[in-house]
Design a protein around this ligand. Structure first.
Ligand code: RP5
Length: 166
């Protein structure tokens, strides 16, 4: 578990280190906005006690959003959501079989009362950006940076449009 200085605000966890190539995009998005985060492997099936300890202690340690990625029978995001009051963003990690549909359906179809904000299959960058938006809801400076980010996206599309039309 890595904890950069400044106290992590986002907990970025995944069921296996094999999920990192997918989940790295969430870390990159958080880093772009200067959000302190921690990274770790926490498995719902292989380390169930660690998962419960992580979920139950996260809020008390200053974590404000959890991003949880897993593949296959991807129970990590939902189980973490059941044991923390924090918002949990689930990332369906695509594996060799079933193209990530198994991961998506395991994460998205939560029972009422236990929400997980599920992004697209492999959509870790959006998970990172959604975490930034959640934090920005109570941080005017961060919200302003998100608005600039959105303006940059818009300008990029306009530049591509103009280039195509030439
Ligand atoms: C899941 O099983 C993990 O999230 C990972 O996506 C998948 C395979 O894990 P490994 O066998 O590669 O460790 O729990």
């Amino acid at each position: 578990m890595t904890t950069p200085s400044g106290g992590p605000q986002v907990g970025l966890i995944m069921g296996s280190d094999s999920d990192w190539p997918t989940m790295e995009a969430a870390a990159e998005a958080l880093a772009e906005f200067g959000i302190p985060f921690e990274v770790g492997v926490v498995s719902a099936h292989r380390t169930p006690q660690k998962m419960l300890d992580y979920a139950r202690s996260a809020a008390g340690r200053g974590i404000r959003v959890v991003i949880a990625g897993a593949g296959g029978a991807a129970h990590l995001p939902g189980m973490v959501a059941s044991a923390t009051p924090l918002p949990v963003i689930g990332v369906p990690v695509p594996l060799k079989h079933l193209d990530g549909m198994d991961s998506l359906l395991s994460i998205v179809q939560m029972p009422a009362g236990v929400p997980v904000a599920t992004v697209s299959i492999g959509g870790a960058r959006n998970a990172g950006l959604l975490a930034v938006r959640i934090l920005a809801a109570s941080d005017a400076e961060l919200r302003s940076r998100m608005e600039h980010f959105q303006a940059d996206l818009e300008a990029m599309v306009e530049r591509k449009d103009a280039a195509l039309r030439q």
